[in-house]
Design a protein around this ligand. Structure first.
Ligand SMILES: [Zn+2]
Length: 177
């Protein structure tokens, strides 16, 4: 078994499948506004009309829960750069070392809890779905904190720490051992 690799083509087809809907003039307007802006009043107007909302999250949201990011200067596990270990190639070279690294990360994660930001996003999804509006969360995070907070429409684009894929037959299973 090894950690799930990133599969961009499958992600894109999933995305297209999940987001496929007739484009309305309103959704076009919102897409053209998808540039960085700090205009909250404008955001609220757009958000209030939106039927299909995508929330994108990364390491920042989980940092509040105390999840180590393993990036930058602190990105070491023992004497190795974490990003050099988190690849299928590293696993092929040294499965037991990479497995041990992931085992450590899984143990750390089981001590962490979703924070108010994860819960607010899950609440947003639940509330808007009651209004016939759809929220999709796309995350780079592999910690399952969105899922544990209650988010249902979730794409974990880097997989999760708690799913493994068999290197012989490709079967993907949940694994919390
Ligand atoms: Zn198998």
């Amino acid at each position: 078994m090894r950690p799930l690799p990133i599969v961009p083509s499958r992600l894109i087809s999933q995305l297209c499948h999940c987001l496929r809907s007739p484009a309305s003039p309103q959704s076009k307007i919102c897409l053209t506004m998808a540039r960085p802006s700090s205009n909250m009043a404008h955001f609220r107007t757009c958000f209030a009309k939106a039927k299909h909302i995508v929330i994108i999250s990364g390491a920042g949201i989980s940092a509040e829960s105390g999840v180590p990011t393993f990036r930058g200067a602190g990105g070491y596990w023992r004497r190795w750069q974490a990003q050099d270990l988190a690849t299928p190639q590293a696993f092929a070279r040294n499965p037991s070392q990479v497995w041990e690294f992931y085992h450590y990360r899984r143990e750390v994660m089981l001590t962490k809890e979703p924070n108010p930001a994860h819960r607010a996003i899950a609440e947003c999804e639940a509330r808007l779905s009651g209004q016939g509006r759809r929220v999709m969360v796309i995350t780079q995070n592999i910690d399952e904190l969105h899922r544990r907070a209650g988010t249902k429409n979730l794409l974990e684009i880097h997989g999760t720490l708690f799913k493994t894929r068999c290197t012989s037959c490709g079967a993907v299973t949940e694994n919390y051992k």
